[in-house]
Structures are given as C-alpha cells and as structure tokens.
Design a protein around this ligand. Structure first.
Ligand SMILES: Cc1cc2nc3c(=O)[nH]c(=O)nc-3n(C[C@H](O)[C@H](O)[C@H](O)COP(=O)(O)OP(=O)(O)OC[C@H]3O[C@@H](n4cnc5c(N)ncnc54)[C@H](O)[C@@H]3O)c2cc1C
Length: 390
C-alpha cells in the first residue's frame, strides 16, 4: 500500500489573498456607507437612490458574473464571501443584490444565448438595469412545477399571460426572468420555458408593494402579464428547459443566501459577546454566567459549521461539479441556524434586545423569511432526500 502523506496544505482552508482583500473592502463599505442608513431604510421602507448609486460604483451588481460582460468574475466562492459581508448590513441591501445577482440575472448568465447575454449582461453587471426572478404564483409556491402562467407562440413573439407574486424587487426591476408554460401536456419535464422579459413593455403591470413582517426597504409585488409580447429570441436556454434553468439558478441562489445567513449570524455573535462582557448583573458581567456562555458557545459552533458548509458548496460549484445537494443542505441548515442565532442574541440582550436601538429585533424579523423563500426548508429536505435516494 502506498503511504498516505498528510501535509498542512493537503486541504487548504485559507481564502486567496484577493478574496481577503474583497472581504476587507466590503466590510469597510458596509460599515461606512450602509450602516448609517439602517434607520432611514427601516422607517422609510426605501433604499436611498444614492446608496444604490454607491453599490453600482463598487461594481457590486456584477460580482458573480463573467469579466467579459463587465462582471467581477470572482466565482461562487468569491460571491459567497461577498454576501457573507453583506449579511452584516440591513437585509434590504442583500435582498436587492440577491434578487438581481443570485437569481434574476443569474438565469440569463447561466443559460441565455450568446446574443441575449451580449445585449443585456453589460447593463446588468454595471447595475444600470436591475433584474428580478419571477417563478412563484398565487397557486404555485412550493409546487413550482405547477405554474399556470402561459406563453403562446404567435410568429416571432410569445404572448405571456398570468400572475407572478411575492417577486422581490418586482417594483423596481427593469427585467425579469419569467417562467411560463409552453406545453401543458409536458409540465415541468419539457413544458416550462424561461423568458427574459422587459418589465416596462406593453402588457406588463406591477401590483402594489406587499405589506410584510420585515425586510423593510426590499419590496415584493405581483407581476401581471396580460398578453405581454416577448420576442421569441428572448427565450432563456431552450424551449421546454425552463424548469431546469429555474433549479440550476436556485442552486446558486440558495448557496449565496446561506452565505448571507453566516454573515448576519457572525454579526449577531459579535454584538452578543460585547454585551455579555459589558452588562453587569448580580455584581458581574452576564458573560460570567454559564447559561450565557453556553448560548455564545452554541452560536459560534453553529456559525463555524455553517460557514464551512457554504465554502465547501462554493468550492464544488467553482470546480464545475454538481452541488444541488450541498446547496439544499446549506440553505436548510444556515437559515435555521441564523434564525436560532438571532433568537439567542436577543435573549442575551434581554429587554434591550427587544428595543429598536440595538438593531437585533430588526434582524430577528428579517431572518424569519430565510426558512421560507428560495424554497421552504421542508422543500430543501425533500431535495436532500431525493439526492440521497437517487
Ligand atoms: C419576502 C418574500 C420574497 C420572495 N421573493 C420571491 C422572488 O423573488 N421570486 C419568486 O419567484 N418567489 C419569491 N417568493 C416566494 C417564495 O419563494 C414562496 O413563498 C415559497 O417558495 C413558498 O411558497 P408558498 O408561499 O406558496 O408556500 P406553500 O407552498 O403554500 O407552502 C406552505 C407550507 O406548506 C409546506 N409544504 C408545501 N408543500 C409541501 C410538501 N410537499 N411537503 C412538505 N411541506 C410542504 C411548505 O414548506 C410551507 O411550510 C418570495 C416570498 C417572500 C415572502
């Protein structure tokens, strides 16, 4: 038997220098440019246009995309590192970025024709135009294969009819990746097609913004298609391959969503450590109490596990390997972890955690959606089980 040599470099957990640099510059950007806006975003339910302008200047809207289109070309690991840092900002910002980069424009980037990508990716990478992802419908959420929006071919165009709902950034996006039925007999296996749709075109209406529990500053709304005309060359991928495009895109989205969970949880842990050292009760810092120490220990342990899951999934993605299993596991675990971590952070902060000033109640509200969107955690368990039993 040949000797097995284990060296410290056999498995390298060190981020490359350029990603360390990216992490540092994003940390600075979030703290300097975005933190001061948190209260304004929360009370006005809007992201100031100037902040979107600064995100554009930083090149954030092109982070995961190829350099030939003006993107940063930093791969899935780089993008996850970036979203981890963004997780420290108000969720409105990471949602804006996620709806555009992780899913909205990602579908086009993954499966669009060269012509479509050449035409649209540069303006999407610069952030001049924003994209969203429109799969969910009032009658088809978890059961996404059961959508009823239709696309009927008429010469060189498709006529889109139907309603998408809960669409993040649906109110402000210029374009949407829209999934519609082109062959009802085939269903998800060849009967759904993805379209690149101009949301300012005729036949497209946007509903009023939904009233939500949290995520203020990030809006969802209905997108209503009433015989909206979409050029036939705006099909993303092949006619009938839309469900595959949706699943591939969601694999990317789930991994980066999980990265955001790691970032927001890390931030909650850091705040809790500071508070545990400062807050005196019974004549000593609450951090001297084992009950509080155990909460901190569990938070740190789970964040450590979560981060490694995300990085491993991203590593597989960047190697061109299939990572649906890892993405579903990371989304399920990291979102549940983030919800639990912020709950413990709130508990450690006592009554102050319930007050607006500490900023924890906002993260508590904003985190709850993580177990629901981009596929509920029940659906993630179904995907994981399917992958295991294939
Ligand atoms: C803030 C927000 C932003 C969103 N952004 C977008 C977006 O940008 N684009 C987009 O397309 N969609 C978006 N969505 C929609 C989101 O993806 C769906 O809400 C989600 O997939 C769940 O669908 P549903 O709400 O219809 O719940 P349902 O599918 O009705 O599920 C209800 C409950 O039943 C459970 N359930 C359903 N089926 C099963 C099953 N087979 N086995 C076990 N349990 C099951 C679910 O897990 C859940 O607990 C967003 C939603 C919200 C709230």
């Amino acid at each position: 038997m040949t000797a097995v040599v284990s060296t410290p470099d056999a498995l390298n957990f060190e981020l490359p220098e350029e990603l360390k640099l990216l992490k540092r510059s994003l940390r600075e950007f979030v703290e300097k440019e975005l933190w001061p806006l948190t209260d304004e975003v929360e009370s006005s339910d809007e992201i100031p246009a100037s902040a979107i302008g600064k995100m554009r200047e930083m090149g954030l809207f092109g982070l995961p995309f190829a350099e030939e289109y003006g993107g940063a070309g930093i791969g899935e690991l780089g993008y996850c590192v970036a979203l981890e840092e963004f997780g420290r900002a108000s969720a409105a910002f990471s949602n804006l970025l996620g709806a555009h980069c992780s899913i909205g424009a990602m579908a086009l980037h993954l499966d669009g024709t060269k012509d479509l990508k050449d035409r649209y990716m540069p303006q999407l990478c610069s952030g001049e135009k924003l994209a969203c992802f429109a799969l969910s419908e009032p009658g088809a959420g978890s059961d996404a294969a059961n959508i009823s929006t239709t696309a009927r071919r008429d010469g060189d165009i498709y006529m889109l009819a139907g309603v998408k709902h809960f669409i993040t950034s649906g109110d402000i996006a210029d374009f949407a990746t829209v999934f519609a039925v082109t062959d009802p007999a085939l269903g998800a296996r060849g009967g759904i097609t993805a379209f690149w749709v101009d949301l300012n075109g005729p036949g497209v209406k946007r509903g009023p913004k939904d009233r939500k529990m949290g995520l203020y500053g990030s809006h969802t709304c209905e997108l209503i298609f009433e015989e909206a005309k979409v050029p036939a060359d705006h099909v993303i991928g092949k006619v009938g391959s839309g469900f595959i495009t949706a699943m591939k895109t969601l694999d990317m989205g789930r991994l980066s969503l999980a990265a955001g969970c790691v970032g927001s949880s890390q931030f909650m842990l850091e705040k809790s450590i500071v508070y545990a050292k400062e807050r005196i009760q019974f004549g000593k810092p609450i951090g001297k109490q084992q009950a509080v120490q155990f909460m901190l220990a569990d938070m740190a342990t789970e964040i450590y596990a979560a981060r490694n899951m995300v990085y491993h999934g991203a590593w597989k993605a960047d190697r061109g390997e299939r990572f649906s299993l890892e993405a579903a596991m990371a989304k399920r675990y990291c979102s549940d972890m983030a919800i639990q971590v912020v709950d413990r952070a709130l508990q450690i902060h006592g009554g102050s955690g319930f007050m607006k000033e500490t900023g924890i109640e906002r993260v508590y509200r904003d985190s709850r959606i993580l177990a629901i969107y981009e596929g509920t955690n029940e659906i993630q368990r179904m995907i994981i089980a399917e992958e295991l039993l294939r």
